[in-house]
Design a protein around this ligand. Structure first.
Ligand SMILES: [Zn+2]
Length: 235
């Protein structure tokens, strides 16, 4: 029982806690920014769905469907089925925030249509990362707490699997920032929003991007912690 106790009491756990706090702060910031601008109606009165459809047509994309998806902030673009799904607060709402989110998801559809490389890399990593995330912790725990000849091998494989998940979160950052940049650019030139409304959507999208940065930072901190534990184990 020595190792498990040591594991839970160890000071490297502070790295995990720091990650949790960073993610919580980013999420609070995102929710409050979104709430604020989801109450600001855009001057043209168009909904997230209408904006998405217009943006896609203007980009010459005719094979992407815009659908409604239940939930809060569940908006996403699905490249496999070429469907852009907008949540309750985006689909039929004509707020400034709704247009920002809709345009961001269109940004992903445009990335897909134009063969944007980081999106492609990210997509091809998904199956490996899913498998890696599933096996990483069991391997790491076996490696840390069992004193068998192959512990080191388990530990190293676990670290490798975990690193893939970290890599995935890092490659997500350029994909997200690029989609938001495209969104702001499109909205700015579309006439759908006034300049001050575009500035507001920029704030919403920046706050959303922060949650991805927080997620990546938090997983790097976790990896750092695992590396420190592995180092202690080896000594
Ligand atoms: Zn996105």
């Amino acid at each position: 029982m020595y190792y498990p106790m040591y594991y839970y009491m160890d000071p490297t756990y502070l790295l995990v806690l720091a990650g949790v706090v960073i993610c919580m702060l980013a999420s609070l910031k995102m929710k409050s920014t979104f709430r604020k601008y989801s109450h600001v109606r855009n001057h043209s009165g168009i909904t997230g769905r209408e904006a998405a459809e217009q943006i896609l047509r203007r980009a010459g994309i005719y094979d992407v469907r815009v659908e409604h998806v239940p939930g809060n902030l569940t908006d996403h673009y699905d490249p496999r089925s070429k469907v852009l799904r907008l949540s309750d607060a985006t689909y039929q709402t004509s707020s400034v925030a709704a247009l920002g989110v809709a345009a961001h998801e269109c940004g992903h559809a445009i990335q897909h249509a134009t063969g944007y490389v980081p999106l492609h890399i990210r997509g091809s990593l998904v199956p490996i990362v899913n498998f890696g995330s599933m096996i990483a912790w069991p391997l790491i725990l076996i490696g840390l707490f069992f004193n068998t000849g192959s512990s080191a091998l388990f530990l190293n494989l676990g670290i490798l699997a975990f690193s893939l998940a970290v890599l995935f979160q890092i490659i997500t950052l350029p994909v997200e920032f690029n989609a938001s940049r495209r969104a702001v650019h499109i909205l700015g030139g579309s006439g759908m929003l006034y300049e001050d409304e575009v500035r507001a959507t920029k704030k919403v999208l920046f706050a959303a991007a922060l949650t991805y940065v927080a997620g990546a930072v938090s997983s790097v901190l976790q990896l750092l912690r695992i590396l420190m534990l592995a180092n202690n184990r080896r000594n």
